[in-house]
Design a protein around this ligand. Structure first.
Ligand code: 13P
Length: 252
């Protein structure tokens, strides 16, 4: 079973438009040939400018970092999946732990956002992951299983096949503290098993599961070397072209 290999950058709320264009140009200049998919998760305002920069690279796409769950309406300041798709973006990061905690996004909202994204042909990259408290209490596996069930398992099998899952332990995000390759592998294998139980073993085998949380050039090879890790969702290190490219190379 060959799964899609993906390195996705999550720029979060960094980079103005000019900086984002410059970072994209530098990444494209250094991009190695290879079979991985590269996703640039930019702020909304960059999407329409960066998407046309990628047209000659068929393995590089731009993604949003959120979308609203409704198709349209009086939701001041919000952005719909259709608006994102109209920029040329191909994917959207959903349910990031920063959105779950700072913007009170529930599993149910994330499910509805995932449906909205799929209805517009956007690939959802849906994030799950436990807090340090839950890990120390030994509840990390069951917690992530519940997040998956509530955020995703209402989808039909054919819709689920379009989803990418990102495992991002909250305690490893922006902290410099990475899950060990063994901890990542344990959770990724668990996620695959939970997906196989909810759908079927083929679905579990083919879903791409990315690891996120302090991935750097110095640890990427080891983490990506684990059999159930299909790539990474990269925060801080995606803001520097040399580091991001080194991480891309670590996957190939
Ligand atoms: P860092 O790589 O900065 O830890 O961020 C991870 C992340 O949140 C990616 O979505």
């Amino acid at each position: 079973m060959t799964r899609a290999k993906i390195v996705a950058g999550n720029w979060k709320m960094h980079m103005d438009l000019e900086e984002g264009k410059a970072l994209t140009s530098e990444i494209l200049k250094q991009l190695p040939d290879g079979g991985s998919t590269i996703i640039l998760g930019t702020p909304f305002i960059h999407l329409a400018t960066i998407a046309p920069m990628l047209t000659s690279h068929n393995n590089v796409v731009v993604a949003a970092q959120n979308c609203h769950q409704e198709a349209s309406g009086a939701y001041t300041g919000e952005i719909s999946a259709a608006m994102i798709a109209s920029t040329g973006a191909k994917a959207v990061i959903l349910g990031h732990s920063e959105r779950r905690s700072y913007f009170a996004e529930s599993d149910e909202m994330i499910y509805n956002k995932t449906k909205a994204a799929l209805s517009q042909g956007l690939q959802p990259i849906v994030c799950v992951g436990e807090s340090l408290e839950l890990r120390e209490a030994g509840e990390h596996l069951s917690f992530v299983a519940t997040q998956l069930k509530k955020s995703l398992f209402g989808l039909s099998g054919s819709d689920f096949d379009k989803v990418v899952i990102a495992y991002e332990p909250v305690w490893a995000i922006g902290t410099g503290k990475t899950a060990s390759p063994e901890q990542a592998q344990e959770m990724h294998a668990h996620i695959r098993k939970v997906v196989a139980e909810a759908y079927d073993s083929e679905t579990g085998d083919k879903v791409s599961i990315l690891y996120g949380g302090s991935v750097k050039p110095s640890n990427a090879v080891e983490i990506f070397g684990k059999p159930d890790v299909d790539g990474g969702l990269i925060g801080g290190a995606s803001l520097n072209a040399d580091d991001f490219i080194a991480i891309v190379k670590a996957l190939s």
